[in-house]
Ligand binder design. Structure first.
Ligand SMILES: Nc1ncnc2c1ncn2[C@@H]1O[C@H](COP(=O)(O)OP(=O)(O)OP(=O)(O)O)[C@@H](O)[C@H]1O
Ligand SMILES: [Mg+2]
Length: 589
C-alpha cells in the first residue's frame, strides 16, 4: 500500500493531496510536517480530499501526507470516565498541563493514560469459554463507576490465562485461545471506528423514562432511557441550563457532555469548573460519573463534526457494559455548521440554506444511535444510550433546516420559547409546541406514586390549552369581561404555570423535584380546581378565591421541603374554601 502522498492545494480545513492511490473514504491521515490529523472525505481521480481537524495555518503545498489506512477510532478502556477530551479524544486536562491554554498543533497524546495502573479483578477463570461482549473482569474507574472489561468484538474462545493485579491499559490481563488454536492476548484497551455503531445482541423497546427532576419534562414531555430529545431555542432561551440540569440530576448512570463549538473562552471555564461540580445524586463530584467532550477554541470548526461521533461511540461502549448513558450535545447546530462548511469547500450542490442534501441523513444517523439494547455476550446485560441535543436556530426560527429536520427524528421535543424566557418563565419550554412520543411509558413510572396521576396530567394540559384560547379572547375584551368559570380556568392555568412548570435551576430546594413531590403538587392544584368550580357556580367571585392566602400559597408548594408541608397547605386550602362556601350558602339562604 502506498502511504505517502503530497499536498497540492489547501482550502481552509480542506486539503487536496495527490499520490495516495490506496486511500479510502474515512481513512485517517497525518497532514504536513506537523502531522495534523485529517480524514479522507472525497476521492476523484488522482486527487484525495482530506478534512483536517486541526488549524491548517502555515501548511504549504508540497508537504507530505501520510495515510494510516485506518478509520478515525475511539480508544476505549479505563480512564474515560472523569476525563475532559477534545473532539479527537485527546485529554484536555493533560494537554492543558503540558502546554497551557495554547495547545500546540499536531500534539500527540494517547487518549487513555498509558502510565496509570488499574487494579483488575477477574470475573471469570481459566478454562472458561467466553464470547464477544462477555465481562472478563472489572476495574474501579472512579468512586462511582465500575469499568467492566469486555471481551472485544470478534473474539470468542477459552480463557488460557487471567489474573488479578495492577495493570497499565496496554498490558495483557488475559489470554484467550481462539477456535483456530491461535492465542490472543487481551488488554484493557480496545478501539472502535467512531462512525460505525457498536454491535449489540438485540434492540429492546424503551420502557422507562429518564427521570430528570424537572417537572415540565418528567410529567409532561419525558424522554425515555434509550430515547431521543431535542431542545431548540433562540439565543439565551435556556438550552444550556436545561441540559446542565439534566446532566446533574437525571438518573443516568453516566453522562457524556459534548460541548460542541461553544465560545472559545468556555475552555478555561470547562477545565476549571467542570471538575468542581457537585453531583447531587452521589454526594461526590459529577465528573466521577461524567465524560466531557469539549470541542474548544484551538480546534477548528471541522473537529466539531468528529466530536459528536466520538462521544456517541464512547456512550455505546459504556452501554455495552450495562449502563444507562445520557449523551448531551450542545449544540447540534454548531455541528451542522461544520458539515455545511465542509460541503461548501467540497463544492457540493447545496440544498436548503447552504446545508448539504445529506443533512437529514446525518442528523438521523446520530439520533439512531440512541437505544436500549441487550449487549453482546452470553448473559443478558441491558444498557441504553439516550441522546439529547440542543438546537440553536438563528433568530429562533424553528422552520430552518437543522431544527425542522431534527424535530422529525426525535422522540421528544422541548421547544423553548423566547417570549417565556423574556418573562423569566424558566425552563422556557412551551407546553403547546412541545411533544413526546413516550407518554406510554409513564403509566408504570407514575403509577407507582399515584394511581390517578394520568387524570391530573390530562386535566392540567386541558386547562393550559383552554387558557391559551381564553387569553386570546381576553386580550381583546379584557380579562374581567370573561365569565367567572372562564376566569377560574385562567387562574388555575396561572397556578400551573407559576407553581408547577416554572422551576428555577438555581433555587436551593426546587432545582430538583423528586417524583412523589411532582405528583403531589399537581394533585393539590387539580384538587383546588375541582373544589373551586362548584364555588364559582354557587356565585363566589373569582377575585375572592384569588385573595385567599392558601390559594396564593399554591405557587409556593414547589419550594416546600417535605410532602407533609404540602399536605398541610392542602388541608388549609380546603378549610378556607369550605368557609368561603359556607359564607355564600348563608348569603344565598
Ligand atoms: N431553568 C432555569 N432557571 C433559572 N434561570 C434560567 C433557567 N434556564 C435559563 N435561565 C436563565 O437564562 C439564561 C440563559 O440560559 P442559557 O445560557 O442556558 O441559554 P442558551 O439557550 O444556552 O443560550 P445560547 O444561545 O447563548 O447558548 C441563564 O443565564 C439564566 O439566567
Ligand atoms: Mg447555550
Amino acid at each position: 500500500m502506498i502511504r505517502e502522498g503530497v499536498i497540492r492545494r489547501i482550502n481552509g480545513s480542506l486539503i487536496i493531496a495527490e499520490g495516495l492511490p490506496d486511500a479510502k473514504i474515512g481513512d485517517v491521515a497525518y497532514i504536513g510536517g506537523q502531522r495534523l490529523i485529517g480524514e479522507v472525505v472525497k476521492i476523484s481521480g488522482n486527487e484525495v480530499d482530506l478534512q483536517c481537524y486541526e488549524d491548517t495555518s502555515g501548511l504549504r503545498p508540497g508537504e507530505p501526507v501520510v495515510n494510516t489506512g485506518k478509520p478515525l477510532v475511539a480508544e476505549l478502556g479505563p480512564g474515560l470516565v472523569g476525563e475532559i477530551f477534545d473532539g479527537l479524544e485527546r485529554s484536555e486536562l493533560e494537554l492543558w498541563r503540558l502546554t497551557g491554554p495554547f495547545i500546540k498543533k499536531g500534539y500527540r497524546i494517547a487518549p487513555l493514560r498509558r502510565d496509570k495502573k488499574w487494579h483488575f479483578i477477574p470475573r471469570i477463570k481459566v478454562g472458561d469459554r467466553v464470547t464477544e461482549g462477555d465481562i472478563l473482569g472489572i476495574v474501579r474507574e472512579t468512586s462511582v463507576v465500575e469499568h467492566r472489561i469486555l471481551t472485544p468484538v470478534g473474539i470468542n474462545g477459552v480463557v488460557e490465562r487471567i489474573e488479578e493485579g495492577d495493570f497499565r491499559v496496554e498490558e495483557p490481563i488475559a489470554e484467550i485461545r481462539l477456535p483456530s488454536g491461535e492465542k490472543r492476548e487481551i488488554t484493557m484497551v480496545q478501539v472502535w471506528p467512531v462512525r460505525i455503531p457498536r454491535p449489540y445482541k438485540r434492540r429492546l423497546p424503551v420502557t422507562d423514562p429518564l427521570f430528570t427532576g424537572q417537572r415540565v419534562i418528567d410529567m409532561f414531555f419525558p424522554v425515555a432511557k434509550g430515547g431521543t430529545a431535542a431542545i431548540p431555542g433562540g439565543f439565551g432561551s435556556g438550552k444550556t441550563i436545561t441540559l446542565h440540569q439534566i446532566a446533574k440530576w437525571s438518573d443516568a448512570d453516566i453522562v457524556i457532555y459534548i460541548g460542541c463549538g461553544e465560545r472559545g473562552n468556555e475552555m478555561a471555564e470547562v477545565i476549571t469548573n467542570f471538575p468542581q461540580l457537585e453531583d447531587p445524586r452521589t454526594g461526590k463530584k459529577l465528573i466521577e460519573r461524567a465524560i466531557f467532550i469539549a470541542n474548544v477554541s484551538n480546534l477548528p470548526v471541522s473537529a466539531r463534526e468528529a466530536s459528536v461521533y466520538m462521544g456517541v461511540t464512547i456512550a455505546e461502549y459504556l452501554r455495552d457494559q450495562g449502563y444507562h448513558v445520557a449523551v448531551i450535545i450542545d449544540s447540534t447546530s454548531r455541528w451542522a455548521e461544520a458539515l455545511r462548511d465542509l460541503s461548501g469547500r467540497l463544492e457540493e450542490i447545496p440544498a436548503e440554506e447552504g446545508y448539504p442534501a445529506y443533512l437529514a441523513e446525518r442528523i438521523a444517523g446520530i439520533y439512531e444511535r440512541a437505544g436500549k439494547v441487550v449487549a453482546l455476550g452470553g448473559a443478558d446485560r441491558v444498557g441504553s444510550v439516550t441522546i439529547m441535543g440542543a438546537v440553536s436556530p438563528p433568530g429562533g426560527d424553528f422552520s430552518e433546516p437543522v431544527t425542522s429536520t431534527t424535530i422529525r427524528y426525535v422522540g421528544s421535543l422541548w421547544a423553548l420559547d423566547t417570549e417565556l424566557a423574556y418573562r423569566r418563565h424558566f425552563p422556557a419550554i412551551n407546553w403547546l409546541r412541545s411533544f413526546t412520543k413516550y407518554v406510554g411509558l409513564l403509566d408504570e413510572f407514575w403509577g407507582r406514586y399515584d394511581p390517578n396521576w394520568k387524570i391530573y396530567r390530562e386535566r392540567a394540559l386541558e386547562v393550559l390549552e383552554e387558557a391559551s384560547r381564553l387569553e386570546e379572547i381576553a386580550r381583546v375584551i379584557g380579562e374581567k369581561a370573561l365569565p367567572d368559570e372562564q376566569r377560574l380556568i385562567l387562574l388555575v392555568s396561572e397556578i400551573i404555570r407559576e407553581g408547577y412548570l416554572v422551576q428555577h435551576a438555581f433555587h436551593e430546594v426546587d432545582t430538583y423535584c423528586p417524583p412523589e413531590k411532582q405528583v403531589e403538587i399537581l394533585k393539590v392544584i387539580i384538587g383546588f380546581y375541582d373544589l373551586a368550580r362548584p364555588l364559582i357556580e354557587a356565585g363566589v367571585p373569582v377575585d375572592r378565591l384569588r385573595e385567599l392566602r392558601s390559594v396564593m400559597e399554591l405557587l409556593r408548594l414547589k419550594e416546600k421541603k417535605t410532602l407533609e408541608e404540602i399536605m398541610e397547605d392542602s388541608a388549609r386550602l380546603k378549610t378556607e374554601l369550605e368557609s368561603l362556601k359556607a359564607e355564600y350558602e348563608v348569603k344565598a339562604a
